[in-house]
Design a protein around this ligand. Structure first.
Ligand code: ARG
Length: 576
């Protein structure tokens, strides 16, 4: 098409002739696609757009892909694709390991995600970071990139003074028990309370921070007890959620301790550090407070300690300079946007972040309760994530029992696991990432609408149709997978067109990391399948060849749904 537009342009003697003209193709309600370029050219050439459209149609050589070209309205070109071409494209897609998606140039990508804080309950923000980060990891690994997972645990800093002293007060064994049971909230709150109530405790906590920072062996041992117990609890949540976090990616803030002084030295020798109020700061241009005063990134505090920003600078430097990452993703809530942008800018100023390497904030909104307020438990506490996942699975089990009482209890338990976890993940990933989203069990577990159970059920239904046809007609899977794919009926065509979009959608989502676009695609695919199934009998197809071809469409649909869901970290049951 593009060549044709250029041909026409040169035929008319336009200046644009030397440049390829963008055909401005888009999906159309009146045809498979429409090309809008004739309108744009008409303006530039001061000609009638319908004349240009006609000239373009004349210039398009007969080809296998296009069935019909027509002028519509003031000069649109409607394009109808040839059904035979669609069949051939589907066969190509079926033979392709990644369903037509061509792996891009391999990159080293660091995904910084989850990152809860030690001895503190993970909150729903960490849940979002974990789910979105896991989807990033799955999508990018599937494409063949080198993905380095970094769980930037909050495992260092002044709170550890009070936490260690509280641990000593409780007795190590008691404290370990409480923490390993996952009562991180209770532990943290009790320590905090003592810190507020007792001056003596405050002094002990402060001295303990000093011992920790100076590397006192016993203090470090106690600190490690806290870390290990918390990590055990976090791992329990990760296992429940079936995310790809196995403990090897715990690279917490403390991991950068030895890099903090060298990072500051490097910044200082680049002339980027200014002293302000006794603190050593970097002022990235363009960041100001409400009074238009430049905002500092505090690298070293007045008391000599390093904080959150210093750690992030050291981490960024290590990720690009030592690990040679091309792309840094920070899956962190929107409120930390300014902090991260300042860190990136500092990285650019220091020469640690330069193109083609990029850093992106994969920001997300807050989780709200059904009442529209911050999501909290009935008592106003942070909700324990492990309780949340357990509840989702339990509710899924009763939904499934009502829907399909024939499933064995064992199978029901397995499916409930897939559906419960899937519902929590899909509810998050199918909503626009940067928006706040409402955590609502009833909605996320509904069998209707853009939900995990609906998508999982759609997959199971396709599989059951395929099973039934295979049984009643004695067909095996290899037979179907080698069958010709014939696109005849209009509903077959709609399904085919939707299947063929897969690679484009993946391409788009790899850049934007807006997973709701993948979710919408999958939902539309399930809808297209329903339309196909209602219009085109599969088991009772008019003849063997049509049946095989339709079964091939079913199998490709199931595979596409399962692949898409797996990239979101969601399993697709065979039966439901
Ligand atoms: N631990 C932090 C929090 O709970 C999130 C860390 C995000 N990652 C980073 N590199 N700053 O808010």
């Amino acid at each position: 098409m593009s060549a044709s537009f250029s041909q026409v342009a040169s035929g008319i003697g336009a200046d644009a002739a030397t440049l390829p003209v963008d055909p401005l193709l888009q999906a159309s309600r009146h045809a498979d696609f429409q090309a809008n370029a004739a309108m744009a050219m008409a303006k530039a050439l001061k000609k009638n757009p319908r004349e240009i459209a006609a000239a373009v149609i004349d210039a398009v050589a007969a080809n296998e892909l296009i069935d019909k070209l027509e002028i519509a309205g003031p000069g649109f070109i409607n394009i109808a694709l040839a059904p035979s071409a669609l069949g051939a494209l589907l066969i190509e897609q079926r033979a392709h390991a990644r369903l037509g998606f061509e792996p891009p140039t391999k990159q080293t990508i660091v995904v910084d995600y989850s990152a809860p804080n030690v001895a503190k309950e993970m909150h729903v923000g960490h849940l979002r970071s974990t789910i979105i980060g896991d989807a990033c990891v799955r999508l990018l690994e599937w494409q063949g990139h080198d993905v380095l997972r970094r769980n930037h645990l909050g495992d260092w800093g002044t709170p550890f003074g009070m936490l260690i002293e509280h641990l000593l007060d409780m007795g190590e064994i008691e404290a370990t028990m409480e923490l390993s049971q996952g009562d991180l909230n209770g532990f943290y709150r009790a320590a905090r309370q003592k810190f507020e109530d007792s001056e003596d405790f405050q002094t002990r906590a402060r001295n303990r921070v000093v011992s920790l920072q100076s590397g006192d062996a016993e203090t470090l041992r106690l600190w490690k007890v806290l870390i290990e117990q918390s990590q055990k609890y976090f791992m329990q949540v990760y296992e429940q959620l079936e995310v790809r976090l196995d403990g090897s990616e715990f690279v917490g803030e403390s991991a950068y301790n030895d890099e903090l002084a060298p990072t500051l030295d490097a910044l200082r020798s680049l002339g980027l550090i200014q002293t302000s109020d006794g603190a050593e700061c970097l002022f990235p241009p363009g960041f100001t407070n409400r009074d238009s005063e430049p905002l500092p990134l505090i690298v070293r505090k007045r008391d000599g300690g390093y904080g959150y920003a210093a750690t992030d600078l050291a981490a960024l430097r290590q990720r690009t300079q030592t690990l040679h990452a091309d792309r840094l993703l920070y899956v962190v809530g929107s409120p930390q946007s300014q902090h991260l942008e300042m860190v990136y800018e500092a990285g650019r100023m220091a020469g640690w972040l330069s193109l083609p390497a990029t850093a992106e904030h994969i920001a997300f909104g807050s989780v709200l309760g059904s009442d529209g307020k911050m999501f909290k438990s009935r008592t106003g506490d942070t909700i324990r994530l492990s309780d949340l996942v357990t509840e989702a699975i339990e509710r899924a089990a009763s939904t499934i029992e009502a829907k399909n009482p024939d499933l064995s209890s064992e199978e029901r338990a397995q499916v409930a696991q897939m559906v419960g976890i899937g519902a929590v993940k899909y509810a998050d990933l199918s909503s626009e990432r940067t928006r706040d989203y409402v955590f609502d069990f009833d909605r996320m577990l509904a069998l209707e609408g853009n939900t995990a159970p609906y998508m999982q059920y759609a997959h199971a239904r396709v599989q059951s149709i395929v099973r039934r046809a295979m049984q009643s007609h004695g067909i095996d899977a290899t037979h179907i997978d080698q069958a010709p794919m014939i696109v005849g009926d209009e509903a077959e065509k709609v399904l085919a067109m939707q299947l063929l979009r897969f690679a484009d959608v993946i391409e788009e989502v790899s850049g934007s990391l807006q997973f709701h676009r993948l979710a919408i695609y999958l939902f539309d695919l399930a809808t297209a399948y329903s339309g196909f199934y209602n219009a085109c009998p599969v088991v009772d197809a008019p003849d063997a060849q049509t049946r095989l071809s339709r079964l091939a469409l079913c199998r490709l649909t199931a595979r596409t749904l399962a692949t898409g869901l797996s990239l979101l970290g969601i399993r697709a049951p065979q039966r439901m």
